[in-house]
Design a protein around this ligand. Structure first.
Ligand code: SF4
Ligand code: FES
Length: 378
């Protein structure tokens, strides 16, 4: 790596990378569900372009050498890959802590037993608290019943389980029941994440945008449940961005502790980074992971805080949230370098709040589903 020029951010300031701790491995974009807030990119990777199990195994070895401690096997739906167990085993053999993020659809008891002793932890998504809600939101009849069956097998085998509840205006009022379900299933953790309105979800802002009153109520429900469940179950809560005062520290800071690998091997600083025009993304098939992490243009572009614009540059939260989310700034302000528009100090914030309130007041319930084109592996 000595022949490479010193890494610089998008403004030419010198930057230095730390070590990544976590890697999201998007094994495929295929998915049987059709959620209206799907976070897959608008341009999907074709089956034929997906990394093979052997290529994933090599990537995991490189990740472990680079310092990555945990890998999240994700998608799409990772169970859509028939070689999921082989891939998971390769991650385990590389010495990584292996977390599987799944909708449960496509997992059988036999497939789960193959993952016993290989996968350390499972995160199961939850679209609703009953079949009527969950099947409507996921656009997949019978999904809730199958998911509950999978949860039962997970408990019987003994995997630690986190429930990932994605919340929005249509289901946020039923948050107490979601938390009760997580308790009944013996979960160690429930993650309550409000829909992020970029990518496909932006098409569903009117039916899904939570109201301000719902966001405030959710905070109270979470605080009360945290107090009641202390020592038994952890509740992670990601509130609605549009109703927050300050943005989240997305990815814990760009290029600081995490990286994503897309199904075709493109190495990304976050799952939505390809929405940012003008960045060049390397592929693991062409360059080593360490070199991409330390010297890749995309990883260095927004590293550190020297490139931050005002008002972030002189803000006391500069090292807390790093100006928020670059992809959100791109989607909402048309400029990835802008202060995240969900920040109350952003010049775009007033417009954003007005739009969010108008969306939340809509009585539109028609969902635009994300259906995957059917493909066959050749
Ligand atoms: Fe964060 Fe920038 Fe807002 Fe300050 S001005 S809170 S650094 S986004
Ligand atoms: Fe890309 Fe936040 S999703 S930086």
């Amino acid at each position: 790596m000595t022949d490479a020029p010193a890494p610089r951010d998008i403004d030419g300031n010198p930057v230095r990378a730390g070590l990544p701790m976590a890697m999201l491995a998007e094994l495929t974009h295929r998915c049987p569900l059709a959620c209206p807030y799907c976070s897959n990119p608008l341009e999907l990777t074709r089956v034929q372009a997906e990394l093979t199990a052997a290529e994933w195994a090599d990537t995991f070895r490189q990740a472990a050498e680079l310092g990555v401690l945990q890998v999240h096997l994700s998608g799409g739906e990772p169970a859509s890959r028939r070689d999921l167990a082989e891939i998971a085993r390769a991650a385990r053999d590389a010495g990584l802590y292996v977390n599987l993020i799944t909708s449960g659809i496509g997992l059988t008891e036999a497939r789960l037993r193959e993952l016993d002793g290989v996968v350390d932890h499972i995160q199961l998504s939850l679209q609703g608290i009953d079949a009527e809600m969950a099947d409507w939101i996921s656009g997949y009849g019978g999904s809730f019943a199958r998911k509950m069956q999978v949860a039962e097998w997970i408990g019987a085998i003994g995997f630690p389980l986190t429930l990932n509840a994605v919340v929005h205006r249509q289901n946020l009022d039923r948050l107490p029941e979601m938390i009760a379900l997580a308790e009944r299933l013996g979960c160690r953790r429930i993650e309550v994440a409000t829909v992020q309105f970029h990518g496909w979800a932006d098409l569903n802002r009117r039916p899904l945008m939570p109201t301000m009153a719902q966001a405030a109520q959710a905070r109270e429900v979470v605080n009360a449940a945290r107090a009641r469940l202390r020592g038994r179950m952890v509740i992670d809560y990601v509130p609605a961005d549009h109703h927050a005062v300050y943005p989240k520290s997305c990815m814990g800071g760009w290029g600081s502790t995490g990286l994503n690998i897309a199904p075709d091997g493109t190495v990304l600083p976050c799952h939505a980074a390809q929405t940012i025009a003008g960045l060049h993304f390397d592929n693991i098939r062409e360059r080593g992971l360490a070199r991409i992490w330390h010297h890749g243009d995309a990883f260095n572009a927004f590293r550190g805080t020297a490139w931050l614009p005002e008002p972030c540059q002189s803000c006391d939260r500069r090292e807390v949230d790093f100006g928020g989310c670059r992809c959100q700034a791109m989607a909402m302000a048309g400029d990835a370098r802008a202060t995240d528009p969900v920040c109350s100090r952003s010049p775009f914030n007033a417009r954003l709040r007005a739009e969010a309130e108008a969306d939340a007041a809509s009585d539109d319930t028609a969902l635009v589903y994300r259906r995957m084109p059917k493909e066959k592996r050749t």
